[in-house]
Design a protein around this ligand. Sequence first.
Ligand SMILES: [Zn+2]
Length: 178
Amino acid sequence: MKKLFKVCPACGNKTISFEEGKKWTCAFCNFELYFNVATSASIILLVGNALVLVRRGKEPGKGLLALPGGFVDPDESAENAAIRECIEETGITPCQIRYLCSFPNEYLHKNIVYQTCDLFFTANCAYDILTKLSPVDTEEVSAYELVEINSTQDIEKLPLAFSSAKEALLVWAAKRFK
Ligand SMILES: [Zn+2]
């Protein structure tokens, strides 16, 4: 991240430095820019015994599986972000949404590694909703898939794009399969 700025974005001098993992400061004009974590919100969505996963249509993790979810917009709650992203990616409106846990993660986008705080919620939806859906095909998601999960081992085998999703699913499984 040190090399992101060659000069200070405020005054244009080469007096910019990066305090690792925290912020850029300019020794000349006192400019400060904090490198805060980006918040994402995802949903562990169950249809009966099946977990709803999406296959990522772009990097990072193109072709791998992920929970429905995405980054929280400015002025948006994490709950709303999780619901909005789930509808956008799967067409399914989740209900009975509950906070589960969070894990840190890294998200590489156009050569910049974003440190993220990934929030995870659980939710349900009605069985019959699936009969009303048409396949989703967006830039972000190539498809959604229903994967039956009957044990912790089933989660270990999933080709997931992000380690934080696996950690969250293991937290969920510890409660479900105890
Ligand atoms: Zn400056």
